[in-house]
Design a protein around this ligand. Sequence first.
Ligand code: ARG
Length: 426
Amino acid sequence: MKKIWTLLVGLLLHGAVFAQTSDSLIVIKAGRMFDSEKGTFLENQTIIVKGNIIQSVGTNLKYPAQAKIIDLSKATVLPGFIDCHTHITSQPDNYMEDLFRKSPIDYAVEAHIFAKKTLEAGFTTCRDVGAPELIDVALKRSINAGHIAGPRLFVSGPIIGATGGHADISGFSPYLSFKAISGVADGIDEIRKQVRYNIKYGADLIKFTATAGVLSEEESVGAPQYSQEEMNALVAEAAMWDKKVAAHAHGTTGIKMAIRAGVASIEHGSFLDEEAIELMKQKGTYLVADIYNDDYILSEFAKLGYPEKLIEKERTVGKTQRESFQKAAKAGVKIAYGTDAGVYPHGNNGKQFFYMVKFGLSPAQAIQAATINAADLIGVKAKLGSITQGKWADIVAVEGNPEQDITVLEKKIKFVMKEGKVYLQK
Ligand code: ARG
């Protein structure tokens, strides 16, 4: 009998606590607030958060006296940032050690650390575009269950690509084999099957390599790695399951093939020409260009033991990629923020804002790329990307004014809320 009472009281208490947290109001006083839909900064806004949702936003709003106040009246308040190109489950320590001594278990063990760093950098959502052994799916599940602090993840599972291509492990003896869940698929049938496999095990989107890459052993940086027919089949199969496709693409020919196949975004986009830019505009294809990476690779990767061949490839890409970005920005191509975090150490996702402004965007446009545009690309604009009534309460604040100094977005994060829960408050 006593047991039953304890249980009942326990349940009631649990219910009460739950009711209190889901009904309790948080009132954020924002000195300056970014309106990402319009691309403007507003003064003295009040944001009322109820549970995980933004209940209302405006000036002089009324709220009950018992509401919890968070005073950000000296800060700039923005929607939680979204990085559309991360590899949140790993980051390089040493080329040889990473390849030959670690197993996916090492990555699975460390991933939560990277997730926390990313969230504390103000990135409340990431589109993760390639992880070994479905660690991305596991990490997402654990974050959603509330066990791990991290950004909300939209994940791709293994990257799909051709034998010997950027998504394969090449450059070693054929007698050396790596046991792994692989995204390597050749020909229409295998590609369709791989798309289905990824989706079966939890992919929210499909990522494939349309061209060769930098940090892989192929000779080329930009040659296409699938035929037009293969790319068309991949995108059609993904569409059947209502999934969007992100194409890793550096070289001009492969970029155009991927756009024609109907991908949602071109990742990297290093060698864009006029026609590629025109095609992207026509088809509404997003550009997700990781234009901070070049700095990190050129200054650090030799020290991490990366082969000179790979670093030499970076030298052929970095500058042109930034120029391509500038041309695309000028032409009005849709741009979403994506950094390739995991090439550089996690938590530095904000460093790319500076380069996006340096290469052609206004500060407001750069922030739109990381908020409303990114939400649009992922397909979650109804819930994310702006501080708007009814959306999830993903809210960050920085010290200073990003319109005057964009680097405050990388250096001065002082507040992070994800779905109404505060993860950082300085
Ligand atoms: N994952 C990419 C690749 O290996 C990284 C490219 C980095 N370089 C750059 N300039 N964005 O192709």
